[in-house]
Design a protein around this ligand. Structure first.
Ligand code: N01
Length: 637
């Protein structure tokens, strides 16, 4: 690139870049810690709007960086080295305006990978795969984000595997969900694999196609495609204790069946892949079009139509504002309101300068990711825990939670304050985070549109041409959008009834209709060599990205497999007492957390009110629990 053009790009990057992040790069280039002293008073958190660095200081920092980056880009200066241990910790603290507790440092280092010492990779004790690894075979069920992660990491270790995927494409949830407005509502630069950072995200919260492209890109880049069998559904799996092998029965879309024998099975099917359509009376007689958000049909014609949307969760929040401008009329049926927060970057594209910084300024991406992992991670967790002395716990749990509640209400009032009736309908009567916190996707603005109505009465039945509520009022509809979520309570879907462990007991037998439990959310007694990713109590509802949790689980499973192969063990089966004690700890922890709150209905809870889907732990607690594979927790054969 011509020098002048490059310099212009560097200038744009410095103008747009986050100043705390740039300051860390400067400290790395120069080793001069006084920059930290200068900037520290102006950084109050990990989000970019928490940086209030005065313009002259900003200019000083970017002015000092410009020649260093220009020289680096021209090949006249090497990339800076990773900071030494003590300096790194101080930089971490200054970068997010907090004292990062020691417990977090190792986790954040591993996730950010500042230097080669920060690797998260699981490895063989002898450095190379033993011959026995070649004789081992793993079946991975599902080629979504978790299945892809498993495959990449199994390949790195040289353990043979096959991935079985029921759909005609990899991508899991990002393949299945293609409804209008579908996007991630977790900051994208943290919602990606720690080992495959994409500096080129077009938005701070990417849309579905870009995410699908990213995951498909990983499949190609890591060379795992030839191990993935698409349109191949697992219909049953059983463990044969005599030979310590799983027999996995598959059926292809064309009806052909196959049996695969494996040493271990990893379920990577997730919690949210079986759409739920409530059995409203009259539904079968509806004469219009019914479409579930997770089964959106491309080309479905809704322009100019009268549409009814049932459900106002994360999916409904994205669909309604996207279709409202095109439809004649949209009636939204809300059973209960959700808390909806706003984020200044939610609809923003990443500017060219910021992208240049992420792509070309050494360590910029790493420090930026570090800030997000901190700000969008455990920072929220303590505020979701009950203060025993706090009055009215049905409304908020503690002072911080109340502060959050009031701030969100203020934001909603700013948008709907002129419509007290509508305002009253959308403010929840349970504490913030009682069910999934949603991002304001122009939601309140949509509710105010002339062609949109929010109905909060109970749905009595579906008429052939619309929706009838308890009062008898009829709302016409030509299209019925079911934004009604997933059968999350039936963990592992229909497969659970066909996965039989030693002795023939199935997962469904063990879990009943809706009480799935596992040790660390991963292993279940009586199901040797069977591992679950995104299993019971591993959903993240306070912050962080589910990809982080997947990486924790994959690393744990790999440590287990490495231990098995190195010891020449045929099987490992988690001990009942270890499993039960863990689940007691989960329940005890949840009793203190917001998700157990009885006033909020959510897919996190089963029919008895037990929180089965969501993790009660902070990210660092779960990372610590899964970071070591404790051989003594298992019965070995
Ligand atoms: O489903 P939901 P979702 N009559 O279960 C209502 C992830 N996700 O697909 O709140 C009337 O949250 C139900 O009412 P209520 C994310 O983890 C992520 O929206 O139970 N209404 C609710 O309003 C999310 O949490 C993204 O009272 C009925 C809605 O339907 C999860 O997927 C985007 C009803 C269901 O909401 C599920 O979200 C989308 C009935 N009989 C989804 N039954 C990202 O951005 C249900 N409802 C990353």
């Amino acid at each position: 690139m011509p020098m002048l053009q490059e310099e212009a790009e560097i200038r744009a990057a410095l103008a747009e870049g986050d100043i705390a992040t740039l300051a860390m790069v400067l400290v790395q280039f120069t080793g001069d810690e006084t920059w930290l002293d200068k900037i520290a008073p102006y950084i109050t958190g990990g989000w970019d709007w928490m940086e209030c660095v005065p313009a002259p200081l900003r200019q000083e920092i970017t002015g000092a960086l410009l020649p260093l980056i220009a020289e680096y880009r021209a090949g006249r200066r090497p990339a800076p080295a990773a900071p030494p241990e003590a300096l790194l910790k101080r930089m971490m603290d200054v970068c997010v305006g907090a004292t990062i507790p020691d417990a977090y440092v190792a986790m954040l280092r591993e996730q950010v990978h500042f230097s080669d010492a920060d690797t998260a990779a699981v490895s063989w004790s002898g450095g190379v795969a033993p011959a026995a690894a070649q004789e081992f075979k793993v079946v991975v069920i599902g080629a979504g984000m978790s299945g892809i992660c498993s495959a990449i990491k199994l390949a790195e270790l040289g353990i043979p595997y096959v991935v079985l995927e029921k759909n005609g494409s990899e991508g899991g949830t990002w393949f299945e969900n293609s409804y209008p407005g579908c996007a991630v509502d977790i900051p994208n630069h943290s919602y990606q694999f720690s080992f495959e950072l994409n500096p080129g995200w077009s938005r701070y919260f990417a849309e579905r196609n870009e995410l699908l492209e990213y995951f498909r890109g990983c499949v190609d880049k890591f060379g795992i495609r030839r191990h993935i069998r698409l349109e191949t559904e697992v219909i049953a799996a059983r463990f044969d204790a005599a030979v310590s092998r799983w027999t996995v029965e598959t059926r292809r879309k064309d009806g052909t069946t196959e049996t695969i024998v494996a040493n271990a099975v990893i379920s990577a099917v997730g919690q949210l892949n079986q759409p739920q359509i409530p059995e409203f009376p009259g539904l079968a007689d509806f004469t219009g079009k019914i479409v579930h958000t997770a089964r959106w049909e491309q080309g479905i014609d809704i322009a100019g139509k009268t549409v009814a949307m049932i459900g106002t969760g994360a999916s409904g929040m994205q669909v309604a504002p996207s279709i409202a401008p095109d439809v004649a009329r949209l009636t939204i049926f809300q059973r209960s309101p959700h808390w909806v927060n706003s984020h200044p970057n939610y609809h923003r594209r990443v500017g060219a300068g910021k992208k240049y910084a992420l792509e070309n300024i050494p360590f910029y991406t790493k420090w930026y990711r570090f800030k997000l992992l901190w700000a969008a991670g455990d920072a929220i967790h303590p505020s979701l825990k009950r203060d025993p002395d706090w009055p009215n716990p049905q409304r908020s749990l503690n002072a911080k939670n109340e502060e959050m509640r009031l701030a969100i209400i203020k934001n909603i009032e700013a948008q709907l304050g002129d419509d007290p009736e509508l305002l009253a309908k959308v403010i929840p009567d349970f504490p913030p985070y009682g069910k999934r916190m949603l991002r304001d996707n122009h939601w309140f603005a949509t509710l105010k549109r002339d062609n949109v109505e929010l109905v909060t009465d109970k749905i009595a039945r579906i008429a052939p041409d619309g929706v009838v509520i308890a009062t008898g009022a009829h709302y016409p509809a030509e299209v019925l959008v079911m934004a009604t979520g997933f059968k999350a309570r039936q963990m592992l879907g229909p497969m659970a009834a066909a996965i039989a462990g030693s002795g023939g007991t199935t997962l469904r037998d063990r879990w009943g209709e809706d009480d799935p439990r596992a040790y660390l959310g991963i292993t279940v007694p009586g199901f040797p060599n069977f591992f679950i990713i995104y299993g019971p109590n591993t959903n993240l509802a306070h912050g962080g990205s589910i990809i982080f949790h997947t990486e924790c689980q994959v690393a744990y499973i790999l440590r287990a497999l490495v231990a098995m192969i190195e010891k020449g063990a045929a099987s490992i089966d988690v001990r009942d007492d270890v499993h039960d004690a863990y689940n007691d700890r989960v329940d005890a922890a949840h009793a203190e957390m917001v998700w157990a709150n009885s006033t909020a209905s959510s897919w996190y809870k089963n029919s008895k009110g037990r929180v089965f889907a969501t993790s009660p732990w902070s990210l660092v607690e779960y990372w610590t629990m899964t970071h070591t594979f404790r051989a003594e927790d298992y019965v070995w054969r």
